[in-house]
Design a protein around this ligand. Structure first.
Ligand code: VGL
Ligand code: ZN
Length: 178
């Protein structure tokens, strides 16, 4: 049983430069994420990829009074992964319901059960955006009893200041920043 999992958070086209909700320089961490995916796969870890997977009329979109432009709509090119995932990667789709926002990969999904069923004790996290979905996923991983490691060179935030604040908060909560 793999005691470790790598959770790749929301590495999708719409979060990259040129996409609908770009994380500045989000594309710069693609090679790093790919290296980690390969390295963790080789050492027998479970590879998990979360994706923002919104319906057309999602509550977080501006048309509905939400904070974000329309992004990561289910089955559109903007929702596609930009990293190389192994065949057996576990794909977790989140924020799939029209009226519910979910930044965390654990929220409204069976991620915790899947990790526990696989004997996972430690999770390593990379991806975007540091102060939104990465932060929420890391804090929820702690709440679910996992040891949590953040791969600092393979995450990217939307705003530098907010990213720094989120890193401090995660650290205070018990996330180990590598
Ligand atoms: C995210 C904003 C809106 C994220 C998702 O993946 O961090 N941010 N939806
Ligand atoms: Zn979203």
């Amino acid at each position: 049983m793999p005691e470790e999992a790598l959770i790749v958070v929301d590495m999708q086209r719409d979060f990259m430069p040129g996409g609908a909700l770009p994380v500045p320089e989000g594309d710069k961490i693609i090679p790093k994420c790919n290296e980690y995916i390969k390295e963790f796969k080789e050492r027998g870890a479970l590879i998990v990829a979360t994706r923002d997977w919104h319906p057309e009329n999602h509550i977080s979109f501006r048309e509905r009074g939400g904070p974000w432009p329309k992004h990561c709509v289910q089955n559109t090119p903007g929702a596609e992964f930009v990293v190389n995932l192994p065949e057996d990667a576990v794909i977790i789709s989140k924020a799939t319901e029209p009226d519910k926002e979910a930044y965390s990969g654990f929220e409204g999904t069976n991620l915790a059960e899947i990790l526990k069923k696989n004997g996972v004790k430690r999770v390593y996290i990379c991806g975007v955006a540091t102060e939104y979905c990465v932060r929420a996923t890391a804090l929820d991983a702690l709440k679910n009893g996992f040891e949590v490691y953040l791969l600092r060179d393979a995450v990217k935030g939307i705003r530098k200041e907010d990213e720094e604040k989120a890193l401090e908060e995660m650290k205070r909560a018990g996330v180990i920043i590598l």
